[in-house]
Design a protein around this ligand. Sequence first.
Ligand SMILES: Cc1cc2nc3c(=O)[nH]c(=O)nc-3n(C[C@H](O)[C@H](O)[C@H](O)COP(=O)(O)O)c2cc1C
Length: 183
Amino acid sequence: MRTLVVYESMFGNTRHVADAIARGLASAGTVSTVPVTRADDEDLSGYDLVVVGGPTHVHGMSRASTRRGAVDTARTQDVTLEPDAASEGVREWLGALPRTHGKAAAFDTRADGPVLLTGTASKGIGRKLRRLGFELVAESESFLVDKESRLEEGEAVRAERWGRMLAQRAGSTRAETPSALDE
Ligand SMILES: Cc1cc2nc3c(=O)[nH]c(=O)nc-3n(C[C@H](O)[C@H](O)[C@H](O)COP(=O)(O)O)c2cc1C
């Protein structure tokens, strides 16, 4: 099985989660993990599974304005900005993709708290993936950061387990091919 993991990350947490998910997926084949800023050249039809994740900003996927906010946050908090952090996010990348088909899954990182208060970027990512024609092989999943924007203990292990589960699901379900009715 060939899997592509595309992630957006400002402070590194979503990258760590993406890497952990990729370790879990690696039990079932080859995995390419790329930041969204380098995903434009990827041919998604070459993959059996596409996994997309990003940080939750203002209850959903980041925008240019919230990424600027994160850059400001990095000036005052003990966090390090990822390369290209303030450029394109998953919202823009997904928005530019053509209609397609295949299997996919969505994840995010967010603050630890009731989802009604925090929001969750993966819900929007999953919705967009479905609209593009993907079949989601699992419910979208959140991985939690603490108040200092650091991944909580145990979350990387949970992400690796989630990756293994995705590999099993993607291996055992058949992706729907687009029908003329979908066009
Ligand atoms: C501008 C900004 C807005 C944020 N808004 C939310 C939010 O609405 N809900 C939430 O749970 N976390 C929010 N956060 C926390 C981020 O989800 C957290 O920093 C992110 O998951 C860390 O991932 P990263 O290290 O990959 O950037 C926000 C962070 C920033 C910088």
